[in-house]
Design a binder for this molecule. Structure first.
Ligand SMILES: *Cc1c(COP(=O)(O)O)cnc(C)c1O
Length: 417
């Protein structure tokens, strides 16, 4: 146990015990780290500590908590869990949403900074980068980080480039970025930008970008990590050698105050305990469905990097976490190009609920071009391959036979005039 001590500028220091590798496997960490029985009561499950303020026995003398925005038992415990779950992580910081995490990380770069972002980044991240960050004196260039040569990427780095923002696989076309290649380019450049990976789609179960050399990982915990579609929350996780940037984020977490409630931290910690079990099932069912869709006459193309026929299948395999390599597929998201009416398909499914978001135990389906990706200008959508025939599935943990029957009957209905 080594304490990772960070000050948040409010006089509060928190001590996060971090379990050192090799220690325990993924689900053991998920269940136990940050969730030790309560010393005072013996409660196996932590209490929800709603108090906003904490008693001091003399001025400045307290038990590690003063005011709940700066730190509280539930958030601190969950941050410990997160730092342990994301392999290679040492510092975990939770925020009130994935978007608040993005905003805080970008603000931490400071005015005058330049960023490079993957071109089909999550819509809300793009919105922040293009509509909010410029007013804070930050510049961003969007680049095809999958298709561009190493020379092109390296040439896009400026002396003031502080960050390269990677999302892999991308949403909804599930394109893959070669993270070690981006890390190599960034670290060889004199500007030495940080490499950030938004690891929301694969979750800490399937991918460990910090082990591939990334400097920071962010998550929308709203998706797989909480996993039950009932909490909005985000997190940043950093390795031990990024202590200075972690310290800056800890300061801004408190100064900006976009923090999750103790109740949400408690719920998400409960969700995270079953992340390994859920992700295995999401992945197995997604692979099963992707293979079946490939054979369907009503489907023109299936986008799932876990398919052996996917052009980047080898990179997909190389991107998997060490513990996920033994025969597990590539996450729970499947996109496909439908023959027939996407609208009719989406109105005909009974188990796949027509809705935005992803990563919950229940299966969801949506039409990116009119829903999650509607704000992207049509010309750019066309370049990214997000057309009216592209359907995105978030495969849940229901029985896969039931899910397949649901898809088959909806594909039939999509063919009717
Ligand atoms: C949902 C999502 C976000 C934003 O997270 P919120 O919790 O909705 O603010 C960021 N990145 C990705 C990849 C997402 O799917």
């Amino acid at each position: 146990m080594s304490p990772a001590v960070l000050s948040n500028g409010n006089g509060h220091t928190d001590s996060h015990p971090v379990t050192k590798a090799p220690a325990y496997g993924f689900s053991t960490r998920a269940v136990h780290v940050g969730s030790e029985p309560d010393a005072a009561t013996g409660a196996v499950i932590p209490a929800i500590s709603l108090s906003t303020t904490y008693q001091q026995t003399a001025v400045g003398v307290h038990k590690g908590f003063e005011y709940s925005r700066s730190g509280n038992p539930n958030r601190d415990a969950f941050e410990t869990t997160l730092a342990s779950l994301e392999s290679g992580g040492h510092y975990g910081l939770a925020f009130s949403s994935g978007s608040a995490t993005t905003a805080t990380v970008i603000q931490a770069l400071g005015a005058g900074a330049h960023m490079i972002s993957v071109n089909d980044v999550y819509g809300g991240t793009r919105r922040y980068m293009t509509q909010v960050a410029p007013a804070q004196g930050l510049e961003v260039d969007f680049l095809d980080l999958e298709g561009s040569s190493e020379e092109t990427i390296s040439a896009a780095i400026k002396p003031n480039t502080k960050l390269i923002w990677v999302e892999s696989p991308t949403n909804p076309t599930l394109r893959l970025i070669d993270i070690p290649a981006i890390v190599r380019i960034a670290h060889a450049h004199p500007a030495r930008p940080l490499v950030l990976v938004d690891n929301t789609f694969l979750s800490p179960f399937y991918a460990s970008p910090l082990l591939l050399g990334a400097d920071i990982v962010v998550h929308s915990l709203t998706k797989y990590v909480n996993g039950h579609a009932d909490v909005v929350m985000g997190a940043a996780i950093l390795p031990a050698h990024q202590s200075a940037f972690a310290e800056r984020l800890r300061y801004l977490q408190n100064a900006i105050g976009a923090v999750p409630s103790p109740y949400d931290a408690w719920l998400a910690q409960r969700g995270a305990k079953t992340l390994g079990l859920r992700m295995r099932q999401h992945g197995l069912s997604a692979l099963h469905i992707a293979k079946a869709l490939e054979k369907s006459p009503h489907v023109a193309a299936v986008l799932y990097p876990g398919l052996a026929t996917h052009p980047r299948n080898a990179l997909a395999y190389a991107s998997l976490s060490p513990h996920a390599k033994s025969g597990f597929p590539f996450g729970g998201m499947v996109s496909f190009r439908i023959r027939g009416s996407a609208h009719k398909f989406l109105e005909a499914t009974r188990l796949f609920t027509l809705a935005e978001s992803l990563g919950g135990i229940e299966s969801l389906a949506e039409l990116p071009c009119e829903m999650t990706h509607q704000s992207i200008p049509p010309a750019e959508r066309a370049i990214l391959g997000i057309g009216p025939d592209l359907v995105r599935l978030s495969v849940g943990i229901e029985e896969v036979e039931d899910l397949m029957r649901d898809i088959e009957q909806a594909l039939e209905k999509a063919q009717l005039e």
